[in-house]
Design a binder for this molecule. Structure first.
Ligand SMILES: C[S@@+](CC[C@H](N)C(=O)[O-])C[C@H]1O[C@@H](n2cnc3c(N)ncnc32)[C@H](O)[C@@H]1O
Length: 229
């Protein structure tokens, strides 16, 4: 069984995340177990039944979110077919029934089509979008609570981008790079601009849950936003 699974994982690889199945580890080098962004999310939104996850990659966070007490359903949206194939393969092995994976390009998709949720988990996605404000403008109609973890542009490297927002252009890794955006470039907004878009997009309360301006891949922050105070 273990040899069979090892070769099936190798066939679908390369993998980013590691998955524990029947006591053995398969896949990539990074374990999502204990990821403090998931802890921050459930601290921010403790009693939730339904979650919309954006940019779910191989499903590593999706399965952890789905197993959390009280969570009935996770809808995990991902743009890359290959990432979805991996996620569904692991889902089958883990026997997790309360996650649905769907393919959609979040640069273009009408989020209303996914229905309503208690919270949105938007981790590692925003800084891969060419116009991140377009996604943010619609999220408050989908769920009353939004959790974001994202890289952002430091004010010193930012310029005026659009609609009074400031940020910088970032070059993406291309269609075959599993972690990348779907377009050639993305816009990293400044933290202030992200908060400004949220406040103008139906969120009555925004908070920076954690700020890491010295993150090795660029400044990063966890942000919470609610439609009610
Ligand atoms: C850096 S990974 C983050 C994965 C995971 N959420 C995490 O935080 O570790 C970005 C993910 O978002 C997906 N993605 C990027 N741009 C997207 C888009 N426009 N629509 C849908 N998915 C996208 C990528 O394919 C990838 O799976």
């Amino acid at each position: 069984m273990k040899t069979e699974l090892t070769s099936k994982f190798a066939e679908l690889g390369p993998w980013i995340f590691q998955f524990r199945i029947d006591g053995a580890d398969y896949g990539g080098a990074i374990s999502a177990v204990g990821d403090n962004r998931v802890e921050q999310f459930f601290c921010f939104a403790p009693r939730i039944g339904t979650i919309l996850e954006l940019g779910s990659l191989e499903g590593a966070h999706s399965f952890i979110l789905a197993k959390h007490p009280g969570v009935e359903r996770v809808l995990a949206v991902e743009g890359r077919e290959m990432n979805l194939r991996k996620a569904r393969f692991v889902q089958e092995l883990l026997g997790i029934r309360n996650v649905d994976f769907v393919q959609a390009n979040l640069e273009k998709n009408d989020l209303a089509a996914f229905g309503k949720f208690d919270a949105v988990f938007c981790c590692g996605l925003l800084y891969h979008l060419p116009a991140p404000w377009k996604l943010l403008e619609h999220l408050s109609t989908v769920a009353p609570a939004l959790f974001i973890w994202t890289h952002y542009a430091a004010e010193a490297e930012a310029r005026d981008i659009a609609n009074g927002l400031r940020g910088k252009i970032h070059h993406e890794g291309g269609a075959d790079e599993p972690l990348s955006g779907m377009s050639a470039t993305a816009t990293w907004l400044t933290l202030e601009s992200i908060l400004r878009v949220l406040s103008a997009s139906g969120y009555a309360k925004t908070e920076v849950i954690h700020d890491d301006p010295a993150h090795s891949n660029g400044p990063a922050a966890s942000i919470g936003a609610r439609t009610t105070v």
